[in-house]
Design a protein. Structure first.
Ligand code: FAD
Ligand code: 2HG
Ligand code: ZN
Length: 471
């Protein structure tokens, strides 16, 4: 081991630095789109260690890639293939530091796995509402760095809205303690919101103070079939009107997306998919009681059937049934992965523009490539679609990706712009969308972002090449 690595090893202890052995879980991205090579994988145990590591790397101008659970959808958390970058795995920093019941907050280290944070909150009698399919492995640091969304944004907001304070190690190795837990603090620039969503390009999040909510008295889940995307949007309007703030989830799933779950996970028994072009998963979280929630929910379904908005619906009768319905939704990504590599889009469109967007874009794509399959699903309540594209039957997905990814991205993103949207809703930019961002983000916004990057990380050591090219 060279002198530099010896220095890092002294900071974290020799058992927390790896340079040999199988490093696949750190070096390969979740979608298997890319594989890098780290100079070393280092796992710090404290904020002070992170600070010392950053200072040592800065001195040698060695760049750092922070990593939580490595579930990034946009190749944001693996090293490049140069063998010169430090992969900083935050997973050892996973303690709950404090729960303040009266302030409705909890402070956790950034390597804490989301599901464990949810469970710790629940044990203390509270809800931490961030909820993603990857919650068994993604971390709070990764969630905040990507400003993750998930399935309860319609009621509780995304990761940014659930965070009141941060502890950060800056790109020059200083520790900023901003774990205030304040709901109001107008003392200048909002540093917290600069680091949230910065994908490890400005500094390393080491801890966060998060918002807690009372546990709902009841949660109900329903599954409904609709004949068109217009009807899906109509149902969303009705749900807002009739459930008010109790509406906590509204997911849309296209027929082809559900057919993949049916094909790869036949034990899951997907309801209503064969006879409906789209299905909707709705959730209500009620602070009064189960019977109150059920009355509201049944009222909504009744009205939607009478108005011809839905064809049929199932309301889960037990927690187990509700879980089974959610499992279908959460496994669309796994079913797509089982089907083979695909082109993913994570787009944001004003809800009102979703029907014309889908009609326009479906037509363009199917005209361009015969037999292409569109895996359209996502968080309709937030105007966020995963408008993914799968190869035609019989075509090798790898070759499909190589041949069409660039053109299909351009087609979808042009359409997103036409309807007033954004090319990344919740997954971030990573490396996959850096070039597209150049084409689709306002040039003045990009120039301000570049100035911020240069001011906070002048030597470009923090996750270089992600989000924005610094030079
Ligand atoms: P990583 O993948 O390790 O890193 C993500 C980015 O954050 C990288 O740029 C990395 O450098 C940076 N980073 C990580 N930790 C830190 C830190 N402590 N300080 C600074 N930078 C850091 N996303 C959604 O928004 N909604 C969903 O519904 C959703 N569902 C998913 C379902 C599946 C099955 C999978 C595989 C992914 C899903 N994702 C979803 C994407 C992903 O899980 C999220 O982006 C998640 O927030 C990433 O967390 P992570 O800990 O795995 O971060
Ligand atoms: C989800 O909503 C995730 O399930 C993953 O954001 C989306 O696989 C995808 O494209
Ligand atoms: Zn999503």
């Amino acid at each position: 081991m060279n002198e530099f690595l010896n220095k890092l090893s002294t900071i974290v202890g020799s058992t927390h630095i790896q340079t040999t052995g199988d490093l696949t879980k750190y070096e390969e991205d979740w979608r298997k789109r890319a594989r890098g090579k780290a100079l070393a994988v280092i796992s710090p145990g404290t904020t002070r260690e992170v600070s010392l590591l950053v200072k040592a790397c800065l001195e040698e101008r060695v760049s750092i890639v922070p990593q939580g659970g490595n579930t990034s959808m946009v190749v944001g958390s693996i090293p490049n293939d140069s063998g010169t970058q430090i992969l900083l795995s935050m997973q050892r920093m996973n303690k709950v530091r404090a729960i303040d019941a009266a302030n409705l907050t909890m402070t956790v280290e950034s390597g804490s796995v989301l599901q464990q944070v949810q469970q710790s909150a629940e044990k203390a009698g509270f809800l931490f509402p961030l909820s993603l399919g990857s919650q068994g492995s993604c971390t709070i640091g990764g969630n905040l760095s990507t400003n993750a969304g998930g399935t309860q944004v319609v009621r509780y907001g995304n990761a940014r809205d659930l965070c009141l304070g941060l502890e950060v190690v800056s790109a020059n190795g200083e520790i900023w303690n901003g774990l205030s837990g304040l709901r109001k603090d107008n003392t200048g620039y909002d540093l917290k919101n600069l680091y949230v969503g910065s994908e490890g390009t400005l500094g390393i999040i080491t801890a966060a103070t998060l918002k807690l909510y009372p546990l709902p008295a009841a949660k109900l889940t329903a599954w409904a079939g609709v004949q068109s995307i217009e009807q899906a949007v109509e149902l969303l309007g009705l749900a807002h009107k009739m459930l008010g703030p109790a509406l906590s989830g509204f997911e849309v799933m296209g027929q082809f997306a559900l057919s993949l779950v049916d094909k790869h996970f036949p034990q899951m028994k997907v309801p209503l998919w064969k006879e409906n072009p789209y299905c909707i998963l709705l959730e209500a979280s009620d602070n009064e009681s189960e019977s109150h929630a059920r009355t509201l929910f049944e009222g909504l379904m009744q009205k939607a059937i009478e108005a011809g908005v839905i064809t049929d619906a199932v309301i889960a009768e037990s927690l187990a049934q509700a879980k089974a319905l959610w499992l279908i939704r959460e496994n669309i990504t796994m079913a797509q992965a089982a089907q083979g590599l695909n082109i993913k889009h994570d787009i944001s469109i004003p809800v009102s523009q979703i029907p014309p967007f889908v009609m326009h874009t479906d037509a363009l794509i199917t005209q361009k490539i015969e037999g292409v399959r569109i895996v359209n699903f996502g968080h309709l309540g937030d105007g966020n679609l995963h408008y993914n594209v799968q190869a035609p039957q019989g075509i090798d997905p790898k070759i499909f990706l190589q041949t069409y990814e660039h053109d299909i991205n351009a087609l979808v993103y042009d359409s997103v712009m036409k309807f007033g949207g954004s090319i990344s809703a919740e997954h971030g930019v990573g490396s996959l969308k850096v070039n597209s961002l150049k084409d689709y983000k306002d040039p003045t916004a990009l120039s301000i972002m570049r100035s911020i990057k240069q001011a906070l990380d002048p030597h470009n050591i923090m996750n270089p090449g992600r989000v924005i090219n610094a030079l």
